[in-house]
Design a protein around this ligand. Structure first.
Ligand SMILES: *Cc1c(COP(=O)(O)O)cnc(C)c1O
Length: 403
Protein backbone atom coordinates (compact mmCIF):
# COMPACT_ATOMS: atom_id res chain seq x y z
CA UNK A 1 0.00 0.00 0.00
CA UNK A 2 2.35 2.79 -1.16
CA UNK A 3 1.48 6.34 -0.05
CA UNK A 4 1.50 7.65 -3.59
CA UNK A 5 0.05 6.16 -6.76
CA UNK A 6 2.85 4.74 -8.91
CA UNK A 7 2.67 7.55 -11.50
CA UNK A 8 3.22 10.22 -8.83
CA UNK A 9 5.91 8.21 -7.04
CA UNK A 10 7.88 7.97 -10.30
CA UNK A 11 7.70 11.23 -12.23
CA UNK A 12 7.78 10.86 -16.00
CA UNK A 13 11.23 12.48 -16.29
CA UNK A 14 12.89 9.80 -14.09
CA UNK A 15 13.67 6.22 -15.02
CA UNK A 16 11.76 3.60 -13.02
CA UNK A 17 13.79 2.79 -9.90
CA UNK A 18 16.18 -0.15 -10.03
CA UNK A 19 15.76 -3.00 -7.58
CA UNK A 20 18.46 -1.68 -5.21
CA UNK A 21 16.44 1.54 -4.85
CA UNK A 22 13.10 -0.23 -4.53
CA UNK A 23 14.56 -2.45 -1.81
CA UNK A 24 15.40 0.62 0.28
CA UNK A 25 12.02 2.31 -0.09
CA UNK A 26 9.52 -0.56 -0.40
CA UNK A 27 7.04 -1.55 2.30
CA UNK A 28 6.34 1.64 4.20
CA UNK A 29 2.68 2.11 3.33
CA UNK A 30 1.59 1.99 6.97
CA UNK A 31 4.62 3.50 8.71
CA UNK A 32 3.68 7.09 7.83
CA UNK A 33 6.54 9.51 8.57
CA UNK A 34 8.78 7.00 10.32
CA UNK A 35 11.84 6.42 8.15
CA UNK A 36 12.36 2.97 9.64
CA UNK A 37 9.44 0.55 9.31
CA UNK A 38 7.18 0.59 12.38
CA UNK A 39 6.53 -2.67 14.27
CA UNK A 40 2.82 -3.20 14.93
CA UNK A 41 2.58 -6.05 17.46
CA UNK A 42 -1.15 -5.63 18.07
CA UNK A 43 -3.35 -8.63 17.32
CA UNK A 44 -6.45 -6.47 16.82
CA UNK A 45 -7.45 -3.02 15.56
CA UNK A 46 -10.27 -0.73 16.67
CA UNK A 47 -12.79 1.06 14.47
CA UNK A 48 -15.51 3.60 15.27
CA UNK A 49 -18.55 2.05 13.67
CA UNK A 50 -20.17 -1.34 13.31
CA UNK A 51 -20.55 -0.75 9.57
CA UNK A 52 -16.81 -0.17 9.19
CA UNK A 53 -16.12 -3.39 11.04
CA UNK A 54 -18.59 -5.31 8.88
CA UNK A 55 -17.00 -4.10 5.65
CA UNK A 56 -13.50 -5.04 6.85
CA UNK A 57 -14.58 -8.52 7.90
CA UNK A 58 -16.06 -9.03 4.45
CA UNK A 59 -12.97 -7.94 2.53
CA UNK A 60 -10.14 -10.17 1.38
CA UNK A 61 -6.80 -9.64 3.11
CA UNK A 62 -7.62 -6.67 5.39
CA UNK A 63 -4.44 -4.85 6.43
CA UNK A 64 -5.77 -3.94 9.88
CA UNK A 65 -8.46 -6.01 11.54
CA UNK A 66 -7.21 -9.04 13.44
CA UNK A 67 -3.73 -10.24 12.76
CA UNK A 68 -4.58 -13.78 11.67
CA UNK A 69 -6.27 -12.11 8.69
CA UNK A 70 -3.56 -9.51 8.20
CA UNK A 71 -1.63 -6.86 10.11
CA UNK A 72 0.28 -3.70 9.17
CA UNK A 73 3.86 -4.94 9.62
CA UNK A 74 3.08 -8.13 7.71
CA UNK A 75 1.32 -6.14 4.99
CA UNK A 76 4.32 -3.82 4.60
CA UNK A 77 6.58 -6.85 4.17
CA UNK A 78 4.17 -8.38 1.65
CA UNK A 79 3.94 -5.13 -0.31
CA UNK A 80 7.72 -4.85 -0.37
CA UNK A 81 8.12 -8.37 -1.77
CA UNK A 82 5.35 -7.79 -4.33
CA UNK A 83 7.11 -4.63 -5.47
CA UNK A 84 10.50 -6.37 -5.71
CA UNK A 85 9.05 -9.26 -7.71
CA UNK A 86 6.88 -7.05 -9.92
CA UNK A 87 3.80 -8.93 -8.68
CA UNK A 88 0.26 -7.70 -8.02
CA UNK A 89 0.28 -9.07 -4.48
CA UNK A 90 2.20 -11.13 -1.96
CA UNK A 91 1.32 -13.20 1.08
CA UNK A 92 3.64 -13.87 4.00
CA UNK A 93 3.42 -16.87 6.26
CA UNK A 94 4.93 -18.19 9.46
CA UNK A 95 7.79 -19.98 7.67
CA UNK A 96 8.97 -21.04 4.26
CA UNK A 97 7.17 -24.33 4.79
CA UNK A 98 4.03 -22.39 5.74
CA UNK A 99 4.18 -20.88 2.25
CA UNK A 100 4.90 -24.20 0.52
CA UNK A 101 2.07 -25.96 2.35
CA UNK A 102 -0.21 -22.92 1.99
CA UNK A 103 0.20 -22.69 -1.75
CA UNK A 104 -0.31 -26.44 -2.33
CA UNK A 105 -3.25 -26.96 0.06
CA UNK A 106 -4.74 -23.57 -0.82
CA UNK A 107 -4.81 -24.35 -4.53
CA UNK A 108 -5.26 -28.15 -4.69
CA UNK A 109 -8.16 -30.39 -3.71
CA UNK A 110 -8.59 -34.11 -3.33
CA UNK A 111 -8.30 -35.74 -6.77
CA UNK A 112 -5.91 -33.10 -8.10
CA UNK A 113 -2.48 -33.89 -9.43
CA UNK A 114 0.80 -32.10 -8.71
CA UNK A 115 4.02 -32.27 -10.73
CA UNK A 116 7.11 -31.57 -8.66
CA UNK A 117 10.80 -31.63 -9.32
CA UNK A 118 12.61 -34.32 -7.37
CA UNK A 119 15.35 -31.85 -6.44
CA UNK A 120 13.57 -29.94 -3.67
CA UNK A 121 14.14 -29.01 -0.05
CA UNK A 122 13.82 -32.20 2.03
CA UNK A 123 10.81 -30.97 4.04
CA UNK A 124 9.02 -29.95 0.83
CA UNK A 125 9.75 -33.46 -0.39
CA UNK A 126 8.20 -34.87 2.80
CA UNK A 127 5.03 -32.82 2.21
CA UNK A 128 4.79 -34.00 -1.40
CA UNK A 129 5.76 -37.63 -0.94
CA UNK A 130 4.29 -38.54 2.45
CA UNK A 131 1.53 -36.05 3.36
CA UNK A 132 -0.26 -35.07 0.13
CA UNK A 133 -1.30 -38.68 -0.57
CA UNK A 134 -3.23 -38.56 2.75
CA UNK A 135 -5.35 -35.79 1.22
CA UNK A 136 -5.92 -37.61 -2.06
CA UNK A 137 -3.51 -35.40 -3.99
CA UNK A 138 -1.26 -37.36 -6.36
CA UNK A 139 2.28 -36.22 -7.01
CA UNK A 140 4.50 -37.09 -9.95
CA UNK A 141 8.19 -36.39 -9.38
CA UNK A 142 10.39 -35.49 -12.32
CA UNK A 143 14.02 -34.60 -12.85
CA UNK A 144 14.16 -30.80 -12.60
CA UNK A 145 17.04 -30.57 -15.09
CA UNK A 146 14.85 -32.17 -17.80
CA UNK A 147 12.51 -29.41 -19.03
CA UNK A 148 10.71 -31.76 -21.42
CA UNK A 149 10.03 -34.23 -18.60
CA UNK A 150 8.39 -31.51 -16.50
CA UNK A 151 6.06 -30.57 -19.36
CA UNK A 152 5.37 -34.23 -20.24
CA UNK A 153 4.30 -35.05 -16.68
CA UNK A 154 1.43 -32.54 -16.80
CA UNK A 155 -1.95 -34.27 -17.12
CA UNK A 156 -4.27 -31.83 -18.92
CA UNK A 157 -7.31 -31.05 -16.81
CA UNK A 158 -5.93 -32.80 -13.71
CA UNK A 159 -2.57 -31.22 -12.92
CA UNK A 160 -3.35 -28.25 -10.72
CA UNK A 161 0.17 -27.17 -9.68
CA UNK A 162 3.71 -27.60 -11.02
CA UNK A 163 6.17 -26.97 -8.19
CA UNK A 164 9.87 -26.51 -8.89
CA UNK A 165 12.89 -25.31 -6.94
CA UNK A 166 15.81 -23.55 -8.63
CA UNK A 167 18.68 -23.53 -7.81
CA UNK A 168 17.77 -26.69 -5.94
CA UNK A 169 18.82 -28.23 -2.64
CA UNK A 170 21.44 -29.35 -2.04
CA UNK A 171 23.56 -29.84 -5.17
CA UNK A 172 22.39 -26.69 -7.04
CA UNK A 173 20.81 -28.12 -10.16
CA UNK A 174 18.62 -25.68 -12.12
CA UNK A 175 15.17 -25.64 -13.68
CA UNK A 176 14.79 -23.86 -17.03
CA UNK A 177 12.42 -21.03 -16.08
CA UNK A 178 11.51 -20.08 -19.67
CA UNK A 179 10.57 -23.69 -20.48
CA UNK A 180 8.54 -23.87 -17.28
CA UNK A 181 6.81 -20.60 -18.13
CA UNK A 182 5.77 -21.99 -21.51
CA UNK A 183 3.70 -24.78 -19.89
CA UNK A 184 0.00 -23.92 -20.09
CA UNK A 185 -2.77 -25.14 -17.82
CA UNK A 186 -1.47 -25.72 -14.31
CA UNK A 187 -0.36 -23.05 -11.84
CA UNK A 188 3.44 -22.87 -11.98
CA UNK A 189 5.12 -22.25 -8.62
CA UNK A 190 8.86 -21.56 -8.29
CA UNK A 191 10.64 -21.89 -4.96
CA UNK A 192 13.26 -19.20 -5.64
CA UNK A 193 14.80 -19.20 -2.15
CA UNK A 194 18.33 -20.00 -3.42
CA UNK A 195 18.14 -17.15 -5.94
CA UNK A 196 15.98 -14.38 -4.57
CA UNK A 197 14.52 -11.36 -6.34
CA UNK A 198 17.86 -9.78 -7.31
CA UNK A 199 19.21 -12.97 -8.89
CA UNK A 200 16.30 -14.35 -10.94
CA UNK A 201 12.81 -13.28 -12.00
CA UNK A 202 10.53 -16.34 -12.26
CA UNK A 203 7.37 -14.27 -12.85
CA UNK A 204 8.97 -12.55 -15.85
CA UNK A 205 9.61 -16.01 -17.34
CA UNK A 206 5.92 -16.92 -17.04
CA UNK A 207 5.71 -18.54 -13.61
CA UNK A 208 2.48 -17.79 -11.74
CA UNK A 209 3.78 -17.79 -8.17
CA UNK A 210 7.27 -17.12 -6.83
CA UNK A 211 7.97 -18.45 -3.35
CA UNK A 212 10.72 -17.66 -0.87
CA UNK A 213 11.74 -19.10 2.46
CA UNK A 214 12.37 -15.50 3.58
CA UNK A 215 13.92 -17.03 6.71
CA UNK A 216 17.00 -17.33 4.49
CA UNK A 217 18.41 -14.53 2.35
CA UNK A 218 15.49 -12.10 2.37
CA UNK A 219 15.29 -11.60 6.15
CA UNK A 220 18.96 -12.43 5.96
CA UNK A 221 20.10 -12.27 9.61
CA UNK A 222 19.03 -15.64 11.05
CA UNK A 223 16.47 -14.01 13.31
CA UNK A 224 13.14 -14.37 11.49
CA UNK A 225 11.20 -17.49 10.50
CA UNK A 226 9.23 -16.30 7.50
CA UNK A 227 7.83 -17.40 4.15
CA UNK A 228 6.32 -15.43 1.30
CA UNK A 229 4.65 -15.98 -2.06
CA UNK A 230 4.01 -13.39 -4.77
CA UNK A 231 1.76 -13.52 -7.84
CA UNK A 232 -1.60 -12.34 -9.14
CA UNK A 233 -4.07 -10.91 -6.62
CA UNK A 234 -6.49 -13.70 -7.55
CA UNK A 235 -4.05 -16.50 -6.63
CA UNK A 236 -2.80 -14.69 -3.54
CA UNK A 237 -6.38 -14.18 -2.30
CA UNK A 238 -7.08 -17.89 -2.82
CA UNK A 239 -4.05 -18.94 -0.78
CA UNK A 240 -4.86 -16.28 1.84
CA UNK A 241 -8.35 -17.73 2.29
CA UNK A 242 -6.84 -21.10 3.16
CA UNK A 243 -3.93 -19.72 5.17
CA UNK A 244 -6.12 -17.59 7.42
CA UNK A 245 -8.05 -20.76 8.26
CA UNK A 246 -4.89 -22.80 8.79
CA UNK A 247 -3.50 -20.09 11.07
CA UNK A 248 -0.08 -19.90 9.43
CA UNK A 249 0.21 -16.11 9.29
CA UNK A 250 3.60 -14.49 9.73
CA UNK A 251 4.32 -12.85 13.05
CA UNK A 252 4.59 -9.04 12.86
CA UNK A 253 8.05 -9.16 14.44
CA UNK A 254 9.39 -11.59 11.85
CA UNK A 255 7.81 -9.60 9.01
CA UNK A 256 9.34 -6.41 10.42
CA UNK A 257 12.74 -8.12 10.41
CA UNK A 258 11.92 -9.18 6.86
CA UNK A 259 11.62 -5.54 5.72
CA UNK A 260 14.82 -4.71 7.59
CA UNK A 261 16.50 -7.49 5.58
CA UNK A 262 15.07 -6.35 2.25
CA UNK A 263 16.69 -2.93 2.55
CA UNK A 264 20.16 -4.49 2.34
CA UNK A 265 19.27 -7.58 0.29
CA UNK A 266 20.74 -6.44 -3.06
CA UNK A 267 24.05 -5.38 -1.49
CA UNK A 268 24.32 -8.52 0.61
CA UNK A 269 23.51 -10.86 -2.24
CA UNK A 270 25.95 -9.07 -4.56
CA UNK A 271 28.80 -9.45 -2.05
CA UNK A 272 27.89 -13.01 -1.01
CA UNK A 273 27.63 -14.08 -4.66
CA UNK A 274 31.01 -12.55 -5.44
CA UNK A 275 32.57 -14.38 -2.49
CA UNK A 276 30.78 -17.60 -3.45
CA UNK A 277 32.20 -17.46 -6.97
CA UNK A 278 35.71 -16.86 -5.57
CA UNK A 279 35.34 -19.75 -3.13
CA UNK A 280 33.94 -22.04 -5.82
CA UNK A 281 36.92 -21.29 -8.07
CA UNK A 282 39.33 -21.88 -5.17
CA UNK A 283 37.68 -25.19 -4.31
CA UNK A 284 37.70 -26.33 -7.92
CA UNK A 285 41.47 -25.98 -7.98
CA UNK A 286 42.02 -27.83 -4.70
CA UNK A 287 43.37 -31.40 -4.90
CA UNK A 288 41.22 -32.61 -1.96
CA UNK A 289 38.02 -31.54 -3.78
CA UNK A 290 36.61 -33.85 -6.42
CA UNK A 291 33.68 -31.75 -7.67
CA UNK A 292 32.25 -28.26 -7.24
CA UNK A 293 28.74 -27.19 -8.12
CA UNK A 294 28.15 -23.47 -8.52
CA UNK A 295 25.82 -22.14 -11.23
CA UNK A 296 28.15 -19.41 -12.51
CA UNK A 297 31.20 -21.70 -12.72
CA UNK A 298 31.77 -22.81 -16.34
CA UNK A 299 31.97 -26.42 -15.08
CA UNK A 300 28.32 -26.38 -13.90
CA UNK A 301 26.43 -28.78 -16.21
CA UNK A 302 23.77 -26.09 -16.79
CA UNK A 303 26.14 -23.13 -16.95
CA UNK A 304 24.60 -21.60 -20.10
CA UNK A 305 21.16 -21.73 -18.51
CA UNK A 306 22.59 -20.22 -15.30
CA UNK A 307 24.02 -17.29 -17.28
CA UNK A 308 20.69 -16.80 -19.06
CA UNK A 309 18.38 -16.78 -16.06
CA UNK A 310 20.55 -15.84 -13.05
CA UNK A 311 22.20 -12.44 -12.58
CA UNK A 312 24.70 -14.02 -10.15
CA UNK A 313 25.42 -17.63 -9.24
CA UNK A 314 23.76 -17.18 -5.84
CA UNK A 315 25.14 -17.42 -2.34
CA UNK A 316 25.46 -21.20 -1.95
CA UNK A 317 28.26 -23.49 -3.15
CA UNK A 318 28.11 -27.28 -3.08
CA UNK A 319 31.31 -29.32 -3.24
CA UNK A 320 32.45 -32.84 -2.79
CA UNK A 321 35.63 -33.90 -1.08
CA UNK A 322 37.46 -36.97 -2.24
CA UNK A 323 37.43 -39.55 0.55
CA UNK A 324 33.69 -39.71 1.30
CA UNK A 325 31.87 -39.13 4.57
CA UNK A 326 34.85 -39.25 6.88
CA UNK A 327 36.76 -36.73 4.82
CA UNK A 328 33.70 -34.46 4.55
CA UNK A 329 33.20 -34.57 8.32
CA UNK A 330 36.84 -33.71 8.92
CA UNK A 331 36.74 -30.90 6.35
CA UNK A 332 33.64 -29.39 7.97
CA UNK A 333 34.84 -29.76 11.56
CA UNK A 334 38.26 -28.35 10.62
CA UNK A 335 36.79 -24.95 9.72
CA UNK A 336 36.88 -22.16 12.28
CA UNK A 337 35.25 -19.22 10.47
CA UNK A 338 32.57 -21.30 8.74
CA UNK A 339 30.25 -22.95 11.27
CA UNK A 340 28.03 -26.03 11.23
CA UNK A 341 24.37 -24.99 11.10
CA UNK A 342 21.25 -25.28 8.98
CA UNK A 343 19.95 -22.35 6.94
CA UNK A 344 21.50 -20.08 4.35
CA UNK A 345 21.64 -16.52 3.14
CA UNK A 346 22.73 -14.96 6.45
CA UNK A 347 25.89 -13.05 7.37
CA UNK A 348 27.67 -16.14 8.73
CA UNK A 349 29.13 -18.79 6.45
CA UNK A 350 27.44 -22.09 7.29
CA UNK A 351 28.29 -25.68 6.40
CA UNK A 352 26.11 -28.77 6.31
CA UNK A 353 26.73 -32.41 5.43
CA UNK A 354 23.62 -33.36 3.40
CA UNK A 355 24.33 -37.13 3.55
CA UNK A 356 23.82 -37.19 7.33
CA UNK A 357 20.96 -34.70 7.61
CA UNK A 358 18.91 -35.14 4.41
CA UNK A 359 15.42 -36.54 4.89
CA UNK A 360 13.92 -39.92 4.10
CA UNK A 361 15.54 -40.74 0.78
CA UNK A 362 16.32 -44.18 -0.60
CA UNK A 363 19.93 -44.79 -1.73
CA UNK A 364 18.77 -44.51 -5.37
CA UNK A 365 17.10 -41.16 -4.67
CA UNK A 366 20.24 -39.91 -2.95
CA UNK A 367 22.29 -40.72 -6.01
CA UNK A 368 19.76 -38.96 -8.21
CA UNK A 369 19.81 -35.89 -5.96
CA UNK A 370 23.61 -35.81 -5.95
CA UNK A 371 23.75 -36.41 -2.18
CA UNK A 372 27.04 -38.27 -2.07
CA UNK A 373 28.83 -39.02 1.22
CA UNK A 374 31.51 -36.44 0.40
CA UNK A 375 29.06 -33.62 -0.42
CA UNK A 376 29.28 -30.39 1.61
CA UNK A 377 26.85 -27.49 1.28
CA UNK A 378 28.26 -24.09 2.05
CA UNK A 379 26.12 -20.99 2.48
CA UNK A 380 28.57 -18.16 1.91
CA UNK A 381 28.27 -15.26 4.33
CA UNK A 382 29.61 -11.75 4.57
CA UNK A 383 33.03 -12.52 6.06
CA UNK A 384 36.00 -11.42 3.95
CA UNK A 385 36.38 -14.00 1.15
CA UNK A 386 40.13 -14.30 1.82
CA UNK A 387 39.39 -15.29 5.44
CA UNK A 388 36.99 -17.96 4.18
CA UNK A 389 39.53 -19.25 1.65
CA UNK A 390 42.17 -19.40 4.41
CA UNK A 391 39.70 -21.25 6.65
CA UNK A 392 38.85 -23.87 4.02
CA UNK A 393 42.44 -24.05 2.89
CA UNK A 394 43.60 -24.92 6.42
CA UNK A 395 40.86 -27.47 6.90
CA UNK A 396 41.40 -29.18 3.52
CA UNK A 397 45.20 -29.22 3.97
CA UNK A 398 44.77 -31.25 7.16
CA UNK A 399 42.80 -33.81 5.11
CA UNK A 400 45.68 -34.37 2.77
CA UNK A 401 48.19 -34.90 5.61
CA UNK A 402 48.59 -38.48 6.79
CA UNK A 403 47.53 -38.68 10.46
C1 LIG B 1 14.54 -23.46 4.12
C2 LIG B 1 13.79 -23.70 2.88
C3 LIG B 1 12.41 -23.86 2.90
C4 LIG B 1 11.61 -23.85 4.18
O1 LIG B 1 11.73 -22.64 4.87
P1 LIG B 1 11.48 -22.58 6.48
O2 LIG B 1 11.44 -21.12 6.75
O3 LIG B 1 12.61 -23.31 7.11
O4 LIG B 1 10.18 -23.26 6.72
C5 LIG B 1 11.75 -24.06 1.69
N1 LIG B 1 12.43 -24.08 0.53
C6 LIG B 1 13.77 -23.92 0.47
C7 LIG B 1 14.45 -23.96 -0.83
C8 LIG B 1 14.49 -23.73 1.65
O5 LIG B 1 15.81 -23.58 1.59
Amino acid sequence: MPDLPADEATPADRPPPRIETTAVTAGRGMSRDSLAPVLFPSTTYVVDTVAEHASMVGSARPGKLYSRFGSPSVREFEDAVAELEGAEAALASASGMGSVTGVILGLCSSGDHVVATRQVFSVTYALLAFHLPRFGIDVTFVDGTDAAAIAAAVIPGRTQVVLVETPANPALSLVDLAALGAITGPIKVVDSTFGGPTVQRPLEHGADVVLHAATKGIAGHNDALLGVIAGSAELIDAVWAWQSVMGAQASPFDAWNGIRGIRTLPARVRQQSESALQLAAFLEGHPAVSRVSYPHLPSHPQHDLARRQMATGGTVVAFEVAGGGEAATAAIEGCRVARIALSLGGPETLLTHPATIAGRYTPAERTELGITDGLIRMSVGLEHPEDLIADLSGSLAALARPS
